[in-house]
Design a binder for this molecule. Structure first.
Ligand SMILES: *Cc1c(COP(=O)(O)O)cnc(C)c1O
Length: 432
């Protein structure tokens, strides 16, 4: 097993790891659900006290200023998407005007694929992968259909050999003169594999192909260098590792090279800010990522995102990544030590090399994953379940502890030893 750390299997060692943790002070910034081990920050990050204050601030501004809130107060609402975009640009390694907070991930995929997918001559295909988040694939198919083309011919889905991971060389090899666009996730949402975005971007550009990424599962937990890698565009949400809140607004990145391209899902928020209220019917978009805004941003959901990003900036992406690699390695180590052999039979579906994964570990159990997940919930431990046989566990660097990881593995062991899972039904909940 590839393991650049040396761990020990007993409880005291977890306590020692927590004591030595550079980020241990950040846990107190968050509201941790009582008596709960929260291992689901890859689906919905926890609320911080500062994010809560920001939501209350906007509520108060609405009470006090009503319409004047757009331009008055310390943080005029009108400029908030740009201001928060700048903070996020620092987190993903982009220039300030290349990132904007707007919309939601799937809408942003439609918007940017609308701009960047330019089928011409024999270059008509989009390359994606069969393991991607379904919403991304639905959007790509829709964008192909809107052009009057046939998704069964034009959408090429790269296959996985083991159902878990993708081979970057195989993706590069599939980039042909027929490829108009490559759109991939930074991280596969089930296995947690982190793709080499720099390599894939180089390969696409070498062949004259545009490339974009969906970074929902890496933003806020893996450092990105968008400018250096030179990708064409990216989208990501703010409610997973960025802790922005349930359904909080998303982000998009446009390489400044492309600011002159046309936003096809156009809306008045894409205008230059100081000309938006001229109310001219000719659309002249802002030459920045802001040009791809569509509508008025909901401020109650936007304000907490800013505070959530402030915390990430305070901790620093390098420190966050360092702990993430270590704490997921620790989880993998404990699974190997306690849960891999007879009669437990858990497998890890995530790359064991920490450089090749994001912030979660996919724990596979051939037959009982659904029921084990339900038993964990009754032990006040929150994982999530992804069909057919995966429990995802995300120890989040900003608020999870090594002791919580230790206790999660001990709870799993107990659930198996006592066969506690056997009393649950095999049916999965509506949201799992
Ligand atoms: C979380 C996630 C989404 C979510 O899309 P929404 O439009 O925010 O509902 C989309 N794609 C990927 C890869 C995700 O991880």
């Amino acid at each position: 097993m590839l393991m650049p750390y040396s761990f020990e299997p007993h409880r005291d060692f977890a306590v020692q790891l927590d004591r030595e943790d550079d980020l241990k002070g950040f846990r107190s910034y968050f509201h941790i659900p009582e008596n709960t081990i929260y291992m689901d920050g890859n689906s919905l990050g926890l609320v911080s006290k500062r994010a809560e204050e920001s939501a209350l601030r906007v509520l108060k501004e609405w009470k006090d200023h009503a319409i004047r809130g757009w331009m008055s107060g310390d943080k005029p609402w009108f400029y908030l998407p740009e201001e928060i975009g700048k903070k996020c640009a620092a987190i993903v390694g982009a220039e300030k005007e290349e990132v904007i907070m707007t919309g939601s991930t799937t809408v942003n995929i439609h918007s940017l694929v609308g701009t960047f997918y330019q089928p011409r001559g024999s270059r008509t295909r989009i390359i994606a992968d069969e393991l991607n988040f379904p919403s991304d694939i639905y959007a790509l198919k829709g964008q192909i259909q809107i052009r009057g083309l046939d998704p069964s011919k034009e959408l090429i889905l790269i296959k996985s050999r083991d159902g878990r991971c993708l081979d970057e060389d195989a993706i590069a090899a599939a980039m042909t003169p027929e490829t108009a666009l490559v759109f991939l996730p930074s991280v596969l949402f089930r296995s947690g594999q982190l793709l080499d975005m720099a390599f894939l971007t180089r390969e696409a550009h070498r062949k004259g192909i545009c490339i974009g990424f969906d970074c929902c599962h890496s933003a806020g937990v893996v450092p990105h260098r968008f400018s250096e890698w030179d990708l064409d565009f990216a989208v990501w949400c703010s409610y997973k590792y960025m802790n922005g809140g349930p359904g909080s607004p998303a982000f998009l990145y446009i390489n400044k090279r492309h600011f002159d391209k046309t936003p096809l899902l156009a809306g008045w928020y894409g205008c230059e800010k100081n000309r938006q209220f001229d109310m001219r019917i000719d659309f002249d978009h802002s030459r920045s990522a802001g040009g791809w805004q569509i509508s008025t941003q909901g401020m109650l959901s936007a304000a907490p995102v800013e505070s959530a990003l402030d915390i990430i900036l305070e901790a620093g992406m390098d420190k966050i990544r360092e702990k993430s690699k270590k704490i997921t390695s620790y989880l993998a180590y404990l699974v190997d030590a306690y849960l891999s052999k007879d009669p437990y039979h858990f497998k890890i579906g995530t790359p064991l090399d920490p450089e090749k994964r994001s912030g979660h570990i996919a724990l596979e159990h051939e037959t009982e994953a659904v029921r084990i997940g339900k038993a964990l919930l009754d032990h006040h431990i929150i994982p999530d379940f992804r069909p057919p046989n995966i429990l995802r566990l995300a120890p989040v660097p900003l608020y999870n502890t090594y002791l919580e990881v230790f206790e999660t593995v001990q709870a799993l062991k107990k659930i198996m030893d006592t066969k506690a899972y056997a009393s649950y039904s095999q049916e999965r909940g509506t949201i799992s």
